[in-house]
Write a protein that binds this ligand. Sequence first.
Ligand SMILES: N[C@@H](CCC(=O)N[C@@H](CS)C(=O)NCC(=O)O)C(=O)O
Length: 257
Amino acid sequence: MITLYDNKSTLPLSHPYCGYSPYVWRIRFALRFKGLAYRTHWLEYPDVETIAKSIGAPPTGKRPNGTVRYTIPIIHDSVTNKVISGSFDIIEYLDATYPDTVQLIPKETRLLQKVFEEAEPGLIIRHLIPVVGSRLHKSPLITPRNQEFMNSEAGRASYPPPVVYSEEQEKEAWEKFKNSALGDMAKQMLDSEEAPFVMGKKVSMADAVLFGRFACLRLLWDESTKEWKEMMSWHGGRWGRLFEAYESLPQVEKYDG
Ligand SMILES: N[C@@H](CCC(=O)N[C@@H](CS)C(=O)NCC(=O)O)C(=O)O
């Protein structure tokens, strides 16, 4: 069985949306499409490095001060006894280890998938910062230890500083997120009810990247909110169809806390 290491919110551990890391959601997306069962090992940010080292997960980068940075997602696969970190590497590992499952990084598109993943901060995140900026840091859904991490220097590699934006700035940010970030992208994509994915009918890593970002927003704007409903209806409902494609698949998550 695969164990996925994820960061918890204050929601119950059995709640399907307890985790909110966009990068971990990429893996949940991949595992669901691949039909691979997994359980979650919940942690909080200050535990990531200790746990990563204890299970032999490699760091995924460096902090601005030059020290190594350990991140989630991490997976441990008990079948192969391998531990992998970094969302791209994890999905590539899953493709290679389970070749009969849906391949999210088809070899001939590897560079394109990688470039898309690396372009995401410029395409989406920069527009999202003022949208979530004020809310995220004070959300009661963030555990106190995670709040502390997010407000610390170490947290800067994962989170923007806790700037408070005016209502006007937030409104403008939503428009830019909708029209510049997602709208410009949607214009370049196939537009058909039967083809909800970046590559049309074929799901890939690029969809995991987009899905992950929306799934992270769902912590702040859950499905009952006007914001979520609007997001899912934007651009002909294509983001909604991406979620429907995921939700329509059998659950592979084992919620044992
Ligand atoms: N390139 C990594 C990035 C993962 C990442 O940034 N994870 C954040 C959580 S959203 C993290 O673990 N941050 C912990 C830290 O910076 O100490 C991936 O794709 O998996």
